[in-house]
Design a protein around this ligand. Structure first.
Ligand code: 7TS
Length: 386
């Protein structure tokens, strides 16, 4: 059996159709779209088409902006730093509300602003691993400028009630940002229906290329740019546009929306099969109910088995899974989500995340189930605590 990739929340294979769409912009149409000669001019209609696909993919309105950038980390920093320069720095607004579940690129950007006089509330999830609109409403005050709550969590796949949270923010006159990196291609995403002011995404999480992402900005919610310089992206983000990547991201977005149905039926079916097999093993806990999760993710805590040991064992058998976020995998800190849902100290290091994609096959899942069952038995036999 070839290697099996079940770490799609970290990154995904680029869809071959996306690669094909990008290729001409490396080999033939390599002009700078801002140039006045034919090499530049011939590229522009493709950028226009790419923009249309991105707008359609997230339901953006004609007067809203989508700023194409380098990744979700950049998008999230643009919102948080931009809010500092537009409001937090000089007005009475001095407060950001976010959560302990956010990716480090949100959390650390907020922490940085704490050194500059900004107060940040990091909401802790409830015992289901969720943040509710009521929890957000309870901490907003007249000094709050921004609420930033992710749409779906990368570790657990848990989907947060962003529409209700957006409604609370609108009522209170507070900007609402959501990191939708783990939502695109897994859930229907409609920015106008949800009522967000800012939304970030990253192409490599939905079978697009790495190093390109997008930031949606609702009409009227404009922020200062993070990168100053040329007039690209309507002056919102300077720097020559990465044309092949942008075209690829737009194609990937279109394919992701088309595949949503398959994702919610077939990918979920394979995930459920794997999850059922995990739950048949004694002393295994899966975080969050299926109905509240993205269709592709299962995050399990296996008592008596260190997450890292499990990942190593699976890797020896050609299976790629993860203990959580690759961005934090160097750290030996306990998973905040497992801690939040009340896992004891021993369980806090036992998390293993399997994240599937539309490229995952039934045979791969059957093989994974067989390997996991043996690995758990082997590692428990070695464990001094089980
Ligand atoms: N936001 C979320 C929710 C993420 O899951 C990630 C990456 C990012 C932002 C950062 O995206 P980037 O394109 O800027 O790198 N998350 C993960 C993960 O779960 N495992 O590895 C990376």
């Amino acid at each position: 059996m070839e290697r099996i990739y079940l770490d799609n929340n970290a990154t995904t294979i680029v869809d071959p159709q996306v690669v094909a769409e990008m290729e001409p912009f490396y080999s033939r149409m390599y002009g700078n779209p801002n140039s006045l000669h034919s090499f530049g001019i011939e590229v522009r209609p493709y950028l226009h088409r790419a923009m249309e696909r991105l707008y359609a993919g997230i339901g953006a309105g004609d007067d809203d902006d989508i700023i194409v950038n380098s990744c979700a980390t950049e998008g999230n920093n643009t919102v948080i730093m931009g809010m500092y320069f537009s409001l937090l720095k000089d007005t009475r607004k001095k407060h950001i509300v976010t959560t302990q579940l956010e990716h480090p690129c949100v959390r650390e950007a907020c922490r940085f602003l704490e050194n500059h006089g900004v107060k940040v509330t990091y909401l802790a999830p409830d015992s289901n691993g969720l943040i509710t609109a009521d929890m957000v409403a309870a901490v907003i005050d007249e000094r709050t400028a921004l609420v930033s709550v992710m749409w779906a969590n990368n570790e657990t796949g848990l989907v947060l009630p962003v529409k209700e949270i957006a409604a609370v923010c609108r009522e209170q006159g507070v900007y609402f940002h959501t990191d939708a990196v783990q939502a695109i291609g897994k859930l229907p995403v409609d920015v106008q229906d949800v009522g967000v002011d800012y939304l970030t995404f990253s192409a490599h999480k939905f079978h697009g290329p790495k190093g390109v992402g997008g930031l949606y900005v609702r009409k009227g919610a404009t922020l200062p740019p993070l990168l100053h310089g040329g007039e690209q992206m309507g002056g919102h983000r300077a720097g020559t546009v990465n044309v092949p990547a942008m075209v690829g991201m737009a194609k990937a977005m279109e394919l992701a929306v088309e595949a949503l149905d398959y994702e919610t039926r077939e990918v979920a079916r394979l995930r459920d099969k794997l999850e059922d097999a995990l739950l048949r093993i004694d002393d295994v806990l899966v975080v969050g109910s299926r109905a509240q999760r993205t269709p592709n993710t299962v995050y399990a805590s296996i008592r008596g088995v260190e997450g890292e040991a499990m990942i190593w064992d699976l890797n020896q058998h050609g299976i790629a899974a993860s203990t959580g976020s690759a961005c934090a995998s160097e750290s030996l800190e306990a998973s905040p989500i497992l801690t939040a849902i009340g896992a004891d100290r021993e369980l806090a290091h036992t998390g293993v995340r399997f994240s599937l994609s539309r490229f995952t096959t039934a045979e791969e899942i059957d093989y994974t189930i067989a390997v996991v069952e043996k690995a758990v038995a082997r590692l428990r036999a070695l464990s001094t605590s089980y």
